[in-house]
Design a protein around this ligand. Structure first.
Ligand code: UD1
Length: 417
C-alpha cells in the first residue's frame, strides 16, 4: 500500500490550476444514462472515483469514451443492476438510481452499506423515487425499484438537506410525467451545474440554487455538451495549504463565489485572500488566529473542508470550536492529528482545538478522503519527515496532488511498502 513521505516546513509558493469538481462530475456522468443521444462532458477530473463511475456506466451497457478531460456518454442501458462490488467502492453509485428508473422504469442498486464518516443512509433517495410513483423494495442488500409505466411528477419534501438525494430527484423528475417540486433541496453549486446540464439536454427546470426546485417533465432528453465546474473543495484545500505553510498560492480557475464561507473564515483568521478576477491569491501572513466554524449545507461552511480547517487551527493562536453538523462521525482525523502533537478534545459533534506553535512529524494513517488531505496539510506545515499511509483515499478526490503541490515547493513523494 502506498504512503506519502512528506518533508515539511517549507512555505508553498506558486500557481495551481484547479481541476473539474469530482462532486459535480459524478452526478453529471450519471445523467448520461438519460440521454437518448450523447452527453459530452468537458473538464472531467482524472480520479479513481470518476474512473469508477465510467466502469459503472459501462456495466449498465453504456458507451463511455474518455479523451483527456472529455468524457462522452451514449448508447442504451442493457443491464439495470448496480452490483455491490462497484457500489461499495464508491457510494455515489447510488446516483444511477434516479436516471435508470426515469428512463427505463427499473433499477436494482446495491445498498452502499456503512462508511467511515457515518452510517450515511439512502432513505431520502428512496423517498424521492416513491414520491414519483416508483415501487421500491429492499431485498438481499439491494434497492429494487420499478415504475412500469414510467415515473409521475410529484412533490418531494426532504426532512434534511441531501446533495445526492436532490440530484437523484432532479434527474428523475426531468423525465417524469407532469410537474414536480423538490422542497428543502440542496443548493450546492454542483446541483446548479447538474440542473444546467439537464436544461442543455432539454429538461425544464427552475429554482435550482434555491431550496425549492420546480421541474416540468419532458418526454426525452437529448445531446448536450457541458463543462464541469471547478472543484471548490480542491481549491479550498489548496487555500489552506497556503495558509498553514505561511506561503502564497495563486489558484487558477477557482470560483470565489463558491468559497465565500471558507474565505470569510480564513480572512477573520488573518489569512489574506484576494480575488484578482482571473485567479485567487491566498497568503498566510505569519500567525493564524483561531476561529470557530460550524459545518452546514451550502452556503454554509462545507463539511468537506472541515478536516483541513482543523489542521490549520492546530497551529493557530488561541482555541477554536469546530462543530460538525452534516455527518455524525467525521472526526476520524482527530486521533491522527493528536499523534502529531495537536491538542484536540472531541465531545459529540464538537471538537475544541487548542492551537500550538508547532506539530511534530509522525507516521499517520488516512481514514477517508478529506481526513487524508488534512494530514497532508499538517505534515506540510511540520518540520521533519512525516508519512501518511492509506493514501488511496486521496486518489479518489485529488488529481495530481503531488505534482500540483510539488511545483509549489512541497517535498513529498509516494513510497511503496
Ligand atoms: C455529498 C458529497 C460529499 C459531501 C456531502 C455533504 C458527492 C459525491 N459527495 O455526499 O462529498 O460531504 O454531499 O456536502 O457529491 N442522509 C440521510 N439519508 C439519505 C441521504 C443522506 O440521512 O438518504 C444524510 C447523510 O447521512 C448526511 C446528510 O444527510 O448526514 C448529508 O448527506 P448528503 O448531502 O446526502 O451527502 P452525499 O450526497 O452522500
Amino acid at each position: 500500500m502506498d504512503r506519502l513521505r512528506i518533508d515539511g516546513g517549507v512555505p508553498l509558493t506558486g500557481d495551481i490550476t484547479i481541476s473539474g469538481a469530482k462532486n459535480a462530475a459524478l452526478p453529471l456522468m450519471a445523467a448520461g444514462l438519460v440521454t437518448d443521444g450523447t452527453l459530452t462532458l468537458g473538464n472531467v477530473p482524472h480520479l479513481v472515483d470518476t474512473a469508477s463511475m465510467e466502469v459503472l456506466l459501462r456495466n449498465h451497457g453504456m458507451d463511455v469514451i474518455r479523451d483527456g478531460e472529455t468524457v462522452s456518454i451514449g448508447g442504451t442501458v442493457t443491464n439495470f443492476d448496480a452490483p455491490y462490488d462497484l457500489v461499495r467502492k464508491m457510494r455515489a453509485s447510488i446516483l444511477v438510481l434516479g436516471p435508470l428508473l426515469a428512463r427505463y422504469g427499473q433499477a436494482r442498486v446495491s445498498l452502499p452499506g456503512g462508511c467511515a464518516i457515518g452510517t450515511r443512509p439512502v432513505d431520502l433517495h428512496i423517498r424521492a423515487m416513491q414520491a414519483f410513483g416508483a415501487i421500491v423494495e429492499l431485498a438481499d442488500g439491494y434497492i429494487q425499484a420499478r415504475a412500469p409505466s414510467g415515473l409521475t411528477g410529484g412533490r418531494v419534501v426532504f426532512p434534511m438537506v441531501s446533495v445526492g438525494a436532490t440530484e437523484n430527484a432532479l434527474i428523475a423528475a426531468s423525465l417524469a410525467k407532469g410537474e414536480s417540486e423538490i422542497v428543502n433541496a440542496a443548493r450546492e453549486p454542483e446541483i446548479i451545474d447538474l440542473a444546467e446540464c439537464l436544461i442543455a439536454m432539454g429538461a425544464k427546470i427552475s429554482g435550482h440554487g434555491t431550496d425549492t426546485i420546480m421541474v416540468e417533465g419532458v418526454d426525452r432528453l437529448g445531446d448536450a455538451t457541458h463543462q464541469v465546474i471547478p472543484d471548490r473543495i480542491e481549491a479550498g484545500t489548496f487555500a489552506m495549504a497556503a495558509a498553514i505553510t505561511g506561503g502564497e498560492l495563486t489558484l487558477h480557475k477557482a470560483r470565489p463565489r463558491h468559497l465565500d464561507a471558507l474565505f470569510d473564515v480564513l480572512k477573520s483568521a488573518g489569512v489574506s485572500v484576494t480575488d484578482n478576477g482571473d485567479a485567487i491569491q491566498v497568503s498566510g501572513n505569519g500567525q493564524v488566529t483561531s476561529t470557530d466554524i460550524t459545518t452546514d449545507p451550502f452556503p454554509g461552511f462545507p463539511t468537506d473542508l472541515q478536516a483541513q480547517f482543523m489542521a490549520l487551527m492546530c497551529l493557530a493562536e488561541g482555541s477554536s470550536r469546530i462543530s460538525e453538523t452534516v455527518f455524525e462521525n467525521r472526526f476520524m482525523h482527530v486521533p491522527e492529528l493528536v499523534r502529531m502533537g495537536a491538542d484536540i478534545q472531541v465531545d459529540g459533534g464538537v471538537a475544541m482545538v487548542r492551537g500550538r506553535p508547532s506539530l511534530t512529524p509522525a507516521p499517520v494513517m488516512a481514514t477517508d478522503l478529506r481526513a487524508s488531505v488534512s494530514l497532508v496539510l499538517a505534515a506540510l506545515a511540520t518540520k521533519g519527515t512525516s508519512e501518511v499511509s492509506r493514501i488511496y483515499h486521496l486518489d479518489r478526490g485529488y488529481s495530481d496532488l503531488e505534482t500540483k503541490l510539488g511545483s509549489c515547493g512541497a517535498r513529498m513523494e509516494r513510497v511503496g511498502d
